[in-house]
Ligand binder design. Structure first.
Ligand code: ZN
Length: 232
């Protein structure tokens, strides 16, 4: 029998692999089934030893896959969520209970680092929920009407803004100003001059029903009313 050349050997092996493809596949499956624990132990050891290089690679691949199969991935996720909703919610509720402080701290940190993102999300939400916006505004207006004192006039608002040079009393920016209740109306504050200060939308929503973001001095004296426009 003549000696086979290197190329001939390689060709023989290639052929063998092709012919036995199914056999080899079965063998691998059987091996995996029989050595399950061993393999997963090996895999996790390997993963933790090479985490630094594996993780970014995995993330990159996941992102790439997502870009190419976005619709598919979203549909799959939605389906999985629909099927396991109760389980998923229970999982997160449990996680929250166990790790509450850390989660809240992380959220606060993220909010502080991404104020623009949060604002964009907020305004997107209000836009997407016009019914709720109207409801909120209605509730707000009616709670203002029901305040014990409700005598703040548009003229006083003009004067108040002039006094503060049309700047937000909290951050000092010249922006579109809103009537900010020092003591929120929802907490018994009045809709009257000495409980109202001009605040920009950002500071106002940051303050929400909480304490003032920076020390401020309300106008305690009633302003001299602006001269009434003479009727023509
Ligand atoms: Zn402001």
């Amino acid at each position: 029998m003549p000696q086979r050349t290197k190329e001939e050997k390689a060709e023989y092996m290639r052929q063998w692999r092709t012919e036995k493809a199914e056999h080899r596949r079965q063998y691998r499956l059987q091996y995996a089934a029989e050595h399950q624990e061993e393999i997963s132990a090996y895999n996790s050891t390997y993963y933790f030893a090479h985490k630094e290089e594996i993780r970014p690679r995995n993330n990159r691949n996941t992102a790439k896959y997502y870009r190419r199969h976005r619709e598919e991935v979203l549909a799959k996720n939605a389906l999985r969520y629909a099927l396991n909703r109760a389980k998923i919610l229970a999982y997160f509720a449990d996680l929250y209970q166990r790790d509450r402080d850390r989660i809240l701290a992380r959220c606060a940190k993220y909010r502080a680092e991404h104020p623009d993102k949060r604002q964009a999300l907020n305004s997107a939400w209000w836009k997407a929920n016009p019914g709720k916006t109207a409801q909120y505004n209605f509730k707000r207006r009616s709670s203002i009407r029901n305040a014990a004192i409700c005598d703040f006039t548009d003229e006083e608002w003009d004067i108040l803004q002039q006094v503060f040079d049309f700047r937000c009393v909290y951050c000092g920016e010249k922006a579109e100003l809103t009537r900010d209740h020092l003591t929120p109306v929802s907490q018994g504050g009045n809709h009257t001059l000495h409980n109202i200060l001009p605040g920009c939308q950002t500071c106002n929503s940051k303050k929400n029903d909480g304490p003032v973001p920076s020390p401020v001095q309300p106008l305690l004296l009633a302003p001299i009313p602006l001269p009434k426009k003479k009727k023509a």
